[in-house]
Design a protein around this ligand. Structure first.
Ligand code: CA
Length: 486
């Protein structure tokens, strides 16, 4: 007792300080935890690139195009080796991603035409976008780049849950500002004229001076700054490296050893995206947001190898195919607060999982309006959930009468009109060995699975890119400014 008294006496000032600091630390922690209760919903950034080949990122083994920043997403999080999109071309794939549902459920089974006067040419208003769902949890949402889900006023990003939009409405765009010669959608005279319109900021046509990919990266950083104090969702849809193949000298000069002009320009376009990704990662770090921001990186479909000189590696086919080359995409994700770094995840997942994954992490519960087809991937990545996310995945090309179905064991049927094929992706990633004669029971089972799924899908609800001429005939005022909008 005497010893304790002596100790207290001698160390009073020190103990006093200790007590004060302990209280201070306690108070600080309370403040931190209070902040966490009010704002722990993660920020979400989806970086969607366009027509990128499976093999054209460093994390999938690309040798001639360095993508150190994109690779960082995979290295700091997870690389998915069997990630799929729900369609093999742009529009339907995006409709699936943004709704978390097979786009065939609501008839978005074709690439839409650019038709600014047609309220049915795009994503049905009965569908809920991820931005709309996140509004329930007070997220701020930004769409950047390619929209392609409807050019009619009622279908544009600001009407679909986004607070801000910077980009263009069509399925592609010219990359150099001097080529944006049309002041608005009513100066468009034919489908691909839409590539030449001036960019939109929200509802205003604006004058942009930068190379398109650089402009989108700049905007991404500015909007991160704008919404740094609240949970935000950024849908950053670069149109690179979709055609037209156009790049600036800054990026072209990085590839003196690539002699094929097409591949060189493609490489430069991918490199520009990679620079943008680097700036985004840096910005998040500078604002101390990187820990609680989920980033997804993926391509909307496989590479059209002959068109843009992309490379799908060993995968069969490319954009437009339900062979792996059309639907099996580069896909990485990071979320340092929850997902350990350096994971390679081999079970099949789909872009439809993004919606389910994101809404499940909100600190304010979100009940989706419609039935979702994806799953929350996080428990699978942390090991909390055993098993495999999907028993079956499905693809349907309605107009061509082509479909595919893949099982959790890697068995996959591809039916091209009346030609049935059966592969096992786990053993034959290149789909070179048609097993149809030997494994008919597996084929029949997958065919039944597909038929059951297809019974819940509907026919396309609008004319697609392939019906441009017919659509023009039926809609002679396709690009005319409506009389009440002069
Ligand atoms: Ca695409």
């Amino acid at each position: 007792m005497l010893f304790i008294n002596k100790f207290l006496k001698r160390n009073r000032p020190f103990l006093f300080c200790l007590l004060i600091s302990a209280n201070y630390i306690h108070a600080q922690r309370l403040e931190v935890s209070n902040n966490k209760t009010t704002s722990s919903s993660p920020n979400v950034i989806i970086i969607l690139v366009d027509d990128l080949g499976y093999n054209d990122v460093g994390f999938n083994g690309c040798k001639d195009i360095p993508t150190p920043n994109i690779d960082n997403i995979a290295f700091q999080g997870v690389k998915f080796t069997n990630a799929y999109v729900s369609y093999a071309v742009c529009g339907p794939s995006r409709a699936g991603l943004i709704t978390g549902r097979y786009q065939d459920r609501f008839g978005f089974s074709r690439n839409p035409l650019f038709a600014p006067n047609d309220p049915n040419m795009g994503l049905s208003l009965k569908e809920e976008t991820l931005a709309e769902a996140l509004k329930n949890a007070h997220y701020k949402s930004v769409a950047l780049g390619k929209w392609h889900l409807g050019a009619h006023e009622s279908l544009r990003p600001l009407k679909r849950g986004f607070n801000d939009f910077y980009g263009f409405l069509s399925g592609g765009h010219q990359y150099f500002p001097e080529l944006w010669t049309l002041n608005n959608e009513y100066e468009v005279k034919e489908q691909f004229d839409a590539y030449k319109t001036k960019l939109l900021r929200n509802n205003e046509r604006i004058k942009e001076k930068e190379y398109l990919t650089d402009a989108l990266s700049r905007e991404a950083i500015n909007y991160i700054e704008k919404y740094k104090d609240e949970p935000f969702f950024m849908y950053l849809a670069y149109n690179a490296p979709h055609t037209p193949l156009q790049a600036t000298e800054k990026y072209l000069s990085r590839f003196p050893d690539i002699t094929n002009t097409k591949r060189k320009t493609y490489a430069a376009m991918v490199s520009a995206v990679d620079d943008g990704v680097g700036k985004i990662l840096d910005k998040l770090e500078a604002l101390n947001l990187d820990d609680n921001t989920i980033i997804f990186f993926l391509s909307d479909n496989g590479g059209p190898e002959k068109v843009n000189a992309s490379d799908n590696g060993v995968l069969r086919g490319g954009k437009g195919d339900v062979f792996e080359g059309g639907i099996h995409v580069p896909f990485a994700m990071k979320w340092p607060a929850k997902i350990p770094k350096g994971i390679t995840y081999d079970s099949a997942i789909t872009s439809l999982d993004i919606f389910s994954t994101v809404i499940a992490q909100s600190s304010i519960p979100i009940i989706p309006k419609n039935k979702l087809d994806g799953v929350d991937l996080i428990p699978y990545l942390t090991g909390e959930q055993a098993g495999i996310p999907h028993d079956f995945l499905f693809w349907r090309k309605f107009d061509q009468n082509i479909f595919a179905c893949r099982s959790l064991t890697g068995d996959k049927i591809v039916v091209n009109k009346d030609i049935p094929m059966l592969f096992n992706i786990n053993q034959d990633i290149s789909e070179s060995n048609n097993l149809i004669k030997n494994e008919n029971d597996i084929y029949k089972n997958l065919l039944n699975q597909y038929k059951n799924w297809n019974n819940n899908m509907i026919n396309p609800v609008f004319e697609g890119l392939g019906n441009d001429a017919e659509y023009n005939q039926k809609n002679p005022n396709r690009f005319k400014r409506p009389i009440n909008n002069q």
